[in-house]
Design a protein around this ligand. Structure first.
Ligand SMILES: O=C(O)CCC(=O)C(=O)O
Ligand SMILES: [Fe+2]
Length: 251
């Protein structure tokens, strides 16, 4: 899309359902990141949301609606399997825990003249329940492993599935959210399409009583409303330990 058609959507207002911006909204010492992104509220596909989606290219709205429905079906299948794997009811994550309005991030990382000077995206854990991420065929996503970073190699036609902070909290730490970041490269544009499965803002979250057991130990987190978590996440500039600090039970 030409720059002048993107310009009306340019905004750093986090409450907007459809916006285009650069770097991140999280300020860590004024650092900037090598990234342009588009944020879209993509589910449920309501008139209110669709009205905010661009009309061009002509197939955009119908393609997004179709993709969004397919990713949601996949996410619900994954959540059912995770629940069953944990010994919970298959519908445990359905309903309010995964029924918030869904955001999609389309991240665009242009080639960077000197990748040693900046990252594409800062180290963070995802703030919601589950992420379904398509990274195309250009590498750049890295996951925290021990003290270092491990490249998540792109596998054509596959999705990367990340567990968010809420999954870690609900399972009392058993299914931990892995910190990740994106690095840049000098040669190729990288695009990632990231669908974020969110709880409803008013949903109460805490370790599920079934998950507080011998294997996981006493409850590690307090109960909270998801909207409080979102505020704390922004205040902590998405830093994993800083945000979890607010919600941990310190014994
Ligand atoms: O571009 C990537 O692979 C990572 C994107 C990501 O972590 C996010 O949007 O939360
Ligand atoms: Fe992420």
């Amino acid at each position: 899309m030409p720059a002048e058609e993107k310009l009306p959507y340019r905004s750093d207002d986090l409450s907007k359902h459809f916006r285009v911006s650069s770097s991140t909204p999280y300020d860590r010492n004024g650092d900037r990141y090598w990234l342009d992104y588009l944020k879209i509220n993509c589910h449920p596909v309501t008139d209110e949301h669709v009205r905010e989606w661009p009309e061009k290219p002509a197939s955009f709205r119908s393609s997004l609606a179709e993709y969004s429905a397919a990713v949601h079906e996949l996410a619900q299948t994954l959540l059912r399997l995770i629940a069953e794997g944990l010994g919970l009811d298959g519908g445990f994550f359905a309903g309010d825990l995964s029924g918030g309005s869904t955001q999609m991030n389309v991240n665009y990382y242009p080639p960077c003249p000197d990748p040693s000077l900046t990252l594409g995206l800062l180290p963070h854990c995802d703030r919601h329940l589950l992420t379904v991420l398509s990274q195309g065929d250009v590498a750049g996503l890295q996951a925290r492993h021990g003290g270092g970073w491990l490249l998540v190699r792109p596998i054509p036609g596959s999705f990367v599935v990340n567990l968010g902070h809420q999954m870690e909290i609900i399972t009392n730490g058993l299914l931990a959210s892995v910190e990740h970041r994106a690095v840049t490269n000098t040669a190729a544009v990288r695009l990632s399409v990231v669908t974020l499965i969110m709880p409803k803002m008013e949903c109460r979250i805490g370790p599920a009583p079934e998950m507080v057991n011998e294997a996981t130990g006493p409850a590690k987190f307090k109960e909270f409303e998801f909207s409080e978590f979102i505020k704390a996440y922004s205040a902590a500039a998405a830093s994993r330990e800083d945000v979890l600090h607010y919600f941990r039970i310190h014994r």
